[in-house]
Design a protein around this ligand. Structure first.
Ligand code: SAH
Length: 370
């Protein structure tokens, strides 16, 4: 038996380019991450020391527990409905949900109300999520391909490092205007290269004013899928009641720049080399998400930094409580985890947290009033 064919995705992309011409960066990214057979999330083990990257819930249980406390508080402010859809977008290994539920278990009625819904396209990650929940004794989750498939009802939507995987389009500021950046074949036909469309396209009309005026040669990004998803979440909040918590790495204000990056074995590699064998993400433009939320009629709070969010929810107190029963080694690990999640030079500043709630609600925990 041979292993998975590492070149299959590159051949598929080359075929697509032969037929359709150069691909928008968004189409390239969607194929690389989510092709049903050869896509990165379908074939690779992304997470952990042996994988390509480590996410906050995999750093420490404290991350998910504090998000669980946040969810319980939102649930109470909603009037403690008897049934609450707990919807997680892109749950990875399922670790975050297990830690959220463990925190809900300490709040009377909250765990009983929770109905778990995962939105996940990768069958192999669905299997892992299923195993993680089973090991924690949780048996009643449902899986969906898309948010729209989750039945109506009061809901809290949580997404950690999900929006950074949604495809972005890129534009280059040229003498004739903002032209789309595309992925084509190189001259030898054995690899990929970026090219720039020779005419401006309508897509660039939606660029933020601060970006449109950027100098020549600047690159700008938009994430239409992210904005559409925010709009769907906002409709759900307004129609069924609920809230959303979006955590990701990115910028608080729209700025020009090429943030596309490929990460393999914890290191950045060139973006167009070995498609499908490295994670491919882009910084999340939080101000674009805020604009989409406000346009759809919900209140957006934040983004605040992950460090300040976790600190205001009491990460230090939680670490102190866990230290009570910890060995000296475990105690050191807790210190390392707190620093990793909150220190400005680690995940604390780069990662941001955005909350969406109904316009008639007060700012949720972790987002102080302006
Ligand atoms: N939230 C997890 C995993 C982040 S990785 C954590 O913090 O550890 C991104 C996750 O989103 C993976 O589970 C991936 O399979 C899923 N995913 C990526 N694009 C998706 C899409 N378009 N629809 C649904 N799930 C997607």
């Amino acid at each position: 038996m041979t292993g998975p064919d590492k070149g299959a995705l590159a051949r598929h992309l080359a075929d697509l380019i032969h037929v359709q011409g150069p691909l928008p960066v968004s189409a390239y990214m969607a194929e690389v991450l989510s092709h049903p057979e050869f896509g990165y999330y379908m074939t690779r083990e992304p997470f952990g020391r042996e994988g390509d990257f480590i996410t906050a819930p995999e750093v420490s249980q404290m991350f998910g527990e504090l998000i669980g406390v946040w969810c319980a508080d939102v649930w109470r402010r909603m009037g403690a409905p008897a049934s609450l859809r707990l919807i997680e977008l892109g749950p990875g290994r399922g670790t975050l949900m297990v830690d959220i539920l463990s925190a809900l278990g300490a709040i009377p009625g909250a765990l009983n109300a929770a109905e778990i819904h995962f939105v996940e396209t990768s069958p192999r990650l669905r299997d892992q999520q299923h195993d993680t929940l089973n090991r924690a004794g949780i048996g009643n989750a449902k899986w969906h391909e898309r948010l729209a498939e989750v039945p109506d009802g009061p809901a809290i939507v949580v997404a950690n490092e999900f929006f950074d995987a949604l495809p972005v389009r890129q534009y280059v500021h040229t003498a004739v205007g903002w032209c789309e950046r595309l992925v084509g074949l190189n001259a030898a036909g054995n690899g990929f290269q970026f090219i720039v469309a020779d005419r401006p396209t309508h897509g660039a009309n939606v660029l933020a004013p601060a970006v449109i005026s950027a100098p020549m040669e600047s690159i700008a990004e938009i994430c239409p899928a992210g904005q559409a998803l925010i709009s769907d979440i906002a409709d759900r909040i307004n129609e069924n009641d609920g809230a959303a918590l979006i955590i990701d790495y990115g910028t608080a204000t729209s700025a020009p720049g090429d943030s596309l990056q490929a990460v393999q074995n914890h290191r950045a590699i060139p973006v167009l080399v070995a498609p499908g064998s490295a994670d491919l993400t882009a910084h999340v433009d939080f101000s674009a998400l805020v604009r989409a939320a406000e346009a759809a009629g919900v209140a957006a709070h934040g983004p605040v930094t992950q460090g300040s969010f976790l600190e205001s929810l009491g990460i230090e107190l939680r670490a102190t409580a866990l230290r009570q029963n910890a060995t000296p080694e475990q105690s050191d690990d807790l210190d390392t985890a707190v620093a990793r999640l909150t220190a400005p030079d680690q995940m604390g500043d780069l990662f941001k947290v955005l909350a969406l709630v109904r316009r008639d609600q007060l700012p949720p925990a972790g987002f102080s009033a302006p």
